[in-house]
Design a protein around this ligand. Structure first.
Ligand code: FAD
Length: 281
């Protein structure tokens, strides 16, 4: 973890672009509350294949105009250079200085992968076309990306993204801090020394968490799964247990030198704020 200790901690919150007017209103309330915690930036997700293109742009531009520091996600699968270029020009004109550059997943029914196959190609393109205009974050997978040929191949891909010009990384969420420590140490042994900020998913609904985790390859340790399962519909107990587990993990991550935390807020301030308060950030 030595490589991480030299970076000052960065705290950030991830939001997704809402689908309805009600969602837009809810997000405005949530981000106002979250902003009181003074994160370094908010990130806003981008649906794969450009499925949320307009909504992501609208959310990002509204937040920029409100004075927030925003890092839009941009995924390249199914997109053309022209499309990506036009989105990035819009962001540059709006004063955006940071991006989360991703491959994304090919939505079912979409046959074409587009002009970019991997996030490393997107990062390379952004550096070629926009120079140092943006600080570029990429994704990291302490528990290995589900489609990777092997753990080693996934690490090599992470290295490729950094070589292509990425500045730092945010991880997929996990509930096993040792996977993160091992990943960072593996990066160190490859000579990588960039901030790798752990992604933190507060535990809200068990069924939703299982669905997400199955899809993205994040492991819910058996003991946590069993405890959550046992609570059934008792949301208060799920939240109480989840807050204990996640806060303890965050404490350990920070104590060992993690350079901050990135919260997957799911557009809600409640659980993230509670973890934040318990951590005394
Ligand atoms: P890549 O880094 O390109 O890797 C994808 C896979 O390809 C990996 O298995 C890798 O090992 C393999 N690979 C890479 N290069 C090669 C190569 N040259 N040869 C062979 N194999 C290779 N998804 C969204 O749709 N929208 C979002 O806003 C979004 N935000 C995210 C934010 C974070 C912090 C994280 C961790 C994930 C996010 N995702 C998002 C999910 C992400 O898009 C998926 O996990 C996707 O499957 C991989 O994206 P990537 O950028 O990590 O891809």
């Amino acid at each position: 973890m030595e490589s991480q200790k030299k970076f000052s901690p960065t705290y950030s919150f991830e939001l997704f672009p809402p689908q309805s007017e009600l969602g837009v209103e809810k997000l405005r309330v949530a981000r106002k509350k979250l902003a009181q915690l003074k994160p370094k930036f908010f990130s806003v997700t981008f649906g794969a294949g450009g499925s949320t293109r307009e909504r992501t742009l609208e959310t990002v531009l509204e937040m920029q105009s409100e004075g927030y520091s925003v890092a839009p996600h941009i995924s390249c699968i199914g997109s053309t250079r022209k499309n990506i270029c036009s989105i990035l020009e819009t962001y540059q004109a709006a004063g955006v200085q940071q991006l989360v550059a991703l491959r994304g997943d090919i939505p079912s029914g979409m046959a074409q992968a587009g002009e970019f196959r991997y996030a490393s190609e997107l990062v390379k393109y952004i550096r070629e076309a926009f120079g140092q205009a943006f600080h570029i974050e990429v994704a990291a997978y302490p528990e290995c990306h589900p489609q990777a040929r092997s753990y080693k191949a996934d690490l090599e891909n992470f290295h490729r993204k950094m070589e292509a010009g990425a500045d730092s990384a945010i991880t997929q969420y996990f509930y096993n801090a040792d996977a993160y420590f091992y990943f960072v140490e593996s990066c160190e042994s490859m000579g990588l020394s960039v901030p790798i900020v752990p992604g933190i998913m507060p535990i809200n609904k068990f069924s939703q968490l299982v669905r997400f985790s199955d899809a993205c390859g994040a492991e819910i340790p058996r003991w946590i799964r069993k405890k959550l399962e046992g609570y059934g519909d008792d949301t208060a107990s799920i939240h109480a247990f989840g807050l204990d587990v996640v806060t303890e993990m965050c404490e350990r991550l920070l104590k060992e030198g993690a350079p901050g935390l990135h919260f997957y807020t799911m557009n809600s301030s409640e659980l993230t704020s509670k973890i934040w308060q318990r951590l005394g950030i």
